[in-house]
Design a protein around this ligand. Sequence first.
Ligand SMILES: Nc1nc2c(ncn2[C@@H]2O[C@H](COP(=O)(O)OP(=O)(O)OP(=O)(O)O)[C@@H](O)[C@H]2O)c(=O)[nH]1
Length: 217
Amino acid sequence: MTEVRHPKPEIQNPMTEIQNPKSESSKLIAHSSKLKALILSGGKSTRMGTEKRLLNYHGKTQEQYLYDLLKPFCDEVFVSINANQQTELPYIQDLELSVKSPIVGIFSAFQQFPDVAWLVIACDMPLVSEETIAFLINNRNPEKYATAFENPEEHFPEPLLTIFEAKFFEPLQVFIQQEKKSTMRLLQSLDIELLQIPDAKMLKNINTAEEFRSFQL
Ligand SMILES: Nc1nc2c(ncn2[C@@H]2O[C@H](COP(=O)(O)OP(=O)(O)OP(=O)(O)O)[C@@H](O)[C@H]2O)c(=O)[nH]1
């Protein structure tokens, strides 16, 4: 079962209008489809040993930091969790599938809201900022299946900070039926907008307790 919690139902505009008054990238952005955000947090966190979404880099938990960061850009923000996790924030729980992978979180979100675009971000990238999100949204191409950053070294699309358009759900369903689990491979097989990351360290992710201890913002 996908479980979705809406603590405060919100009235949504037919156009997603985002004003980001603080950054230089501030400008009014209008897209024909609604944009919701998903903070992927349902992994096992084996290497970290504790839940990465609950780590504190910015004076609050990482899930709260990303929720606050994304809320001005998106009409709703959800934390993507597995069946054993709990959060005070709005969440979407993973469907019970044989595959275990971030793609299950993305699939569960689309299953719940199929007609929107999803800005998906992993919870373990502490350097993602307002500027990173504004850059991604400003360069979004809604005509494509997705807008993603190119990995600066290996040149594949980075799936864990990507806008997936509503039409991505169809190939995603086929992929899930085939029990495939690499979102990156699926992105590689589709017509997507691939962006050069303005600063490679924006996508740095922290996976181990040692990396967390030695990490500085
Ligand atoms: N909803 C959901 N998110 C997932 C799942 N697997 C991984 N993620 C998230 O996807 C992102 C990348 O996950 P990984 O770093 O590859 O895996 P992890 O489980 O977090 O960590 P390890 O167990 O150490 O590999 C993280 O934000 C995870 O929380 C899943 O099955 N469901």
